[in-house]
Design a protein around this ligand. Structure first.
Ligand SMILES: O=c1nc[nH]c2c1ncn2[C@H]1C[C@H](O)[C@@H](COP(=O)(O)OP(=O)(O)OP(=O)(O)O)O1
Ligand SMILES: [Mg+2]
Length: 215
């Protein structure tokens, strides 16, 4: 494993919700986190069929454009009754041709669940997956995956978070991600003994423990 001990890092994402969560997570580690916006980085096309492939595309594009190590996040919602859809296409399902509409995307998931007869919680299981990729300008890359199991609820609940948060209720909680305070959804603290709750927090915890010397 290559050394990475802080210093400058580009966060290779154009999603404000993700960027805010990653900024919270990275904050305590004294890393100078630059945004893709600061470097005017274009949004690369995500043509991969796995989270890892798309995460690499985004991190490597940012690393090679800036000469700095870059951290990307490719994530999505995997619904069991839909054969794993939307999966790597989770963002695409919200695309309207004129920006993203997550209310529409959540309705689409619900419509398909109804078509499958998935009306009880046991048939509405799924997970959020996040793969963080740390890539260097020479193409070297490392991956950190986090997942959180839960149930798809309807109607959507809560105004917090972003994306599909209002329809995802993580196992063991009464609230959806849309109803939880940010600190509960995505925080992770070194030394706490667990990996946090959200897919992103869990992937980040692996990154922090193996790369940033966190406990
Ligand atoms: O915690 C989450 N809470 C709710 N929804 C989420 C979450 N995490 C991912 N998602 C959904 C929405 C996002 O649009 C898609 C990922 O697509 P993905 O291509 O990885 O991200 P993106 O296009 O929004 O930003 P970018 O590629 O610039 O990092 O999955
Ligand atoms: Mg994307």
């Amino acid at each position: 494993m290559r050394k990475f001990e802080g210093g400058k890092l580009v966060v290779a994402s154009h999603n404000k919700g993700k960027i805010a969560e990653i900024a919270d997570l990275i904050g305590p580690f004294g890393i100078e986190a630059k945004s893709a916006a600061e470097y005017n980085l274009p949004e690369p096309e995500e043509t991969g069929t796995t989270f890892e492939q798309n995460a690499y595309t985004k991190a490597f594009a940012a690393a090679s454009a800036t000469g700095l190590p870059a951290l990307s996040d490719d994530s999505g919602l995997v619904v069991d009754a839909l054969g794993g859809a939307p999966g790597v296409y989770t963002a695409d399902w919200a695309e309207t041709g004129n920006g993203r509409d997550f209310d529409m995307a959540m309705r689409k998931v619900e419509h398909l669940l109804q078509q499958e007869g998935a009306t009880t919680p046991d048939k509405r299981t799924g997970r959020f997956v996040a793969v963080l990729c740390l890539a260097w300008p020479d193409g070297h890359a490392e991956y950190f995956r986090g997942e959180v199991e839960g149930t798809l609820v309807w109607p959507p609940r809560g105004e917090k978070g972003f994306g599909y948060d209002p329809v995802f209720q993580p196992n063991g909680y009464e609230e959806t991600f849309g109803e939880m305070p940010a600190s509960q959804k995505h925080s992770w603290e070194a030394g706490r003994g667990d990996l946090g709750l959200s897919h992103r927090a869990r992937a980040f915890a692996l990154f922090a423990r193996t790369r940033l010397g966190a406990a």
